[in-house]
Design a protein around this ligand. Sequence first.
Ligand code: FPP
Length: 249
Amino acid sequence: MSKLLRKQILEQGDIPNHIAIIMDGNGRWASSKNLPRISGHQEGINSVREIVQICGELEISHLTLYTFSSENWNRPKVEIKAIMKLLLRTINKEINNLNKNNVRLSIIGDLNDLPKDPQQAMIEGINKTKNNTGLNLILALSYGSRQELIMAFKRIANKVEKGKMKSEDISQEIITSELYTCDTPDPDLLIRTGGEHRISNFLLWQSAYTELYMTDSFWPDFREDQLLNAIIDYQNRQRRFGQTSEQVS
Ligand code: FPP
C-alpha cells in the first residue's frame, strides 16, 4: 500500500516543503485501550519516529511538531512530569540516530520554561545537529502563537520607541522577522490528528495560506499510510492565495 502511495506522490511531484502537525489524541488512544494517558504519549513517540523518517525520505524540508503548548502547562502536574520525562528520554535515545540521518533539530517556544534536564538535552541536540543539511525537525515546546506574536510586537514597539524604526515601516516581513520561525518557510500543509477541527494557538500568523488537513486518527495511529494520504489530499488542492482559479491554473 505505502509503496503505491509513495509512487503516486512522487509522480505528482508537488511535495509540501513544510508540514506542521498538531499531534492530538494520545490520551483518547490510551483510554480506548484502558491504558493510562501516558501510554498514549509513549506510543505517540513511535509515530513521531516513523513520520520523521518518512519526511526525510521524501526530502521534505521542514517538519514542525506541536509537542507541548503554552496551555499544556495547565494539565495535571503528574502528566506534565511524565511528558517531560518522556521528552528527555526520547531525545537522549534518538539524537544519534537523528544526527546519522542528517536531521537538523530546532525548537520554537520558550525553552526556559522546561525543567533543566530536558532543556539541557534539547540544547545539546540542537548543537549536535546544527550543521546537518537534511530534514529540519522543529519541535514546538512551551509554544503559543499569541505569545509569540506579543513578543514580536513588543520587540517592534521597542525599536519604534528607540527611534530605530518608524511605525509606518511595520510590514508583514518585519513581523515575520521577529517570530521564532523567522528562518522557516510558512507551512504548506497543517495536519491535525484526533478529530478536532481547530488550530489551538499554533502558527496563527504563519498558517495564513496553509492547507489544513484534519483526520480522526489518534496520533499514535498516525503512521506512514496516514501521512501519505494527507500528502495526496494536499496534492489535489488548488492553492490560490487569493487569486482566481483561472489565474493559477
Ligand atoms: C496531545 O494529545 C499530545 C500532547 C500534548 C503531547 C504530545 C507529545 C508527544 C507525542 C511526545 C512527543 C515527543 C517528541 C520528542 C516529539 P492529548 O493528550 O491532548 O490527547 P487527548 O486529546 O486524547 O487527551
